[in-house]
Write a protein that binds this ligand. Structure first.
Ligand SMILES: C[C@@](CO)(OP(=O)(O)O)[C@H](O)COP(=O)(O)OP(=O)(O)OC[C@H]1O[C@@H](n2ccc(N)nc2=O)[C@H](O)[C@@H]1O
Ligand SMILES: Nc1ncnc2c1ncn2[C@@H]1O[C@H](COP(=O)(O)OP(=O)(O)O)[C@@H](O)[C@H]1O
Length: 290
């Protein structure tokens, strides 16, 4: 038997940090949504009890450091599955980019193995399992659009944003999420985004208020460490984007555009000095699941 799963990338439309917690994590409030850029995960039964990972991408770990491996091991241990699995990751989402590529692969692996091994685990239980693998994994299990709280695992699902183009650009630097959170002074954040206002803009399909409300408190850390991320933001603004923001801990920056022509112009304008540029659609309505 063989199953395939799609693992979509997420962007953060808002990302606020309320305070640092005693366990070292940060209490967040953020709006996450999926975009049409995805890895494909193939899972096949193995005739021996092992987890084998392969990928066409040369730059991700293929051992127990891979989040898909960790997801497979977790579900095997928790449900006492004696069968092995071969997992192939067709990577399209840039790595260590702020787009939750690894988290989405882990979530897709949980969904896929639940089907492959007919375990009958509910979506809610898969999200709870996912939280053991990483803060973004529960959202990636279900996809769509959600306000995430806690360390990211407490989810309130909301409507999809209005349909638009999303141009993503990742500068050639690697940013560590732990490092960015570690350098944030949570008690001295200059400007907090208004997540409730952005959620209301989404509910009322008010695209312009959505663009005006974009905000991410981690930008102040990543932009000060890597001036090229600020340059990229400025460049997207000059090229006429309706709204521009860094996703997650970065370094990927995204531009929202309602018009395809404008998205194309931004895409072409960025290609000159950034290798990893994508123009994709926001995933909305029935397409919003990963
Ligand atoms: C910043 C965000 C926004 O969506 O995304 P990315 O930039 O990773 O895509 C997430 O909060 C990242 O989630 P994720 O990448 O799953 O983080 P985890 O593996 O759980 O944690 C990595 C490290 O980040 C820090 N961390 C993470 C989440 C959180 N709420 N507070 C934290 O302080 C901790 O130092 C932790 O050790
Ligand atoms: N399946 C995977 N795909 C991508 N990266 C992975 C995967 N498994 C583990 N990693 C590791 O996780 C780290 C974060 O990757 P990723 O999830 O792409 O970043 P982000 O959380 O910033 O979006 C990288 O250092 C990468 O080596």
């Amino acid at each position: 038997m063989r199953v395939m799963e799609k693992a979509s990338a997420k962007i953060n439309l808002t990302l606020d940090v309320l305070h640092k917690r005693p366990d070292g994590y940060h209490e967040v409030e953020m709006i996450m949504t999926m975009v049409d850029l995805a890895d494909r995960i193939e899972m096949k039964e193995l005739d021996r009890d092992a987890i084998i990972i392969s990928s066409q991408a040369g730059y991700i770990p293929l051992d127990e450091k891979n989040l898909a491996f960790q997801a497979a091991r977790l579900i095997k241990d928790r449900y006492d599955v004696k069968q092995g699995v071969y997992i192939h990751l067709d990577k399209k989402i840039p790595v260590a980019a702020g787009l939750a590529g690894g988290s989405s692969d882990a979530a897709a692996t949980l969904r896929g193995l639940n089907r492959l091994w007919r375990l009958g685990i509910t979506d809610g239980e898969l999200r709870t399992l996912g939280a053991e693998l990483g803060s973004d994994v529960p959202f990636c299990v279900t996809g769509g659009t959600a306000i995430a709280r806690g360390r990211g695992e407490k989810l309130e699902f909301i409507d999809s944003p209005p349909q638009c183009w999303v141009v993503l650009a990742k500068p050639p630097i690697n940013v560590s999420t732990a490092d960015v959170y570690g350098k944030l002074n949570a008690s001295r954040i200059a400007k907090h985004p208004d997540t409730a206002a952005v959620a209301e803009a989404i509910r009322s399909k008010d695209y312009h208020s959505l663009c005006d409300g974009l905000g991410n408190v981690l930008e102040e850390v990543t932009l000060s460490l890597y001036p090229e991320v600020r340059q990229l933001k400025n460049c997207m603004e000059r090229l006429g984007a309706d709204g521009v923001l860094m996703s997650g801990s970065g370094p990927t920056v995204f531009a929202l555009c309602s018009k395809e022509k404008k998205a194309q112009r931004i895409y072409n304008g960025l290609r000159g000095f950034c290798k990893e540029v994508y123009a994709v659609r926001m995933l909305t309505g029935e397409h919003a699941a990963p």
